[in-house]
Write a new protein. Structure first.
Length: 99
């Protein structure tokens, strides 16, 4: 099972995106664990995930998250357009290509 961490400012805006991504994974028959956390709490689970996705609003904190993962997993910023339209399917497909 792949584990994905979505990181945003407060963890709320990404919860809708998590649901959209889970729906897409279910349609494809993919087992996946997706969590959304605020940047302040991401270090508690960062060593248990396969990829970290940053919401566009926290993209400036990518160097901090890169330092936390220490090259172990990819850290990507979610495309602002896909994030704004809550396109969970396209975001999930991009994640699956990277991991």
């Amino acid at each position: 099972m792949k584990k994905i961490l979505l990181v945003c400012a407060a963890g709320m805006s990404t919860s809708l995106l998590v649901n959209k991504m889970k729906e897409s994974a279910n349609e494809k028959g993919i087992e996946i664990d997706i969590q959304a956390l605020p940047i302040s709490e991401c270090s508690s689970v960062i060593n248990e995930v396969d990829i970290v996705l940053l919401g566009p609003q926290v993209r400036f904190q990518k160097p901090q998250v890169d330092q936390l993962v220490n090259g172990r997993v990819p850290v990507e910023v979610i495309d602002m357009r896909l994030y704004g339209t809550m396109n969970g399917k396209a975001i999930l497909e991009g994640v699956l290509e990277k991991i």
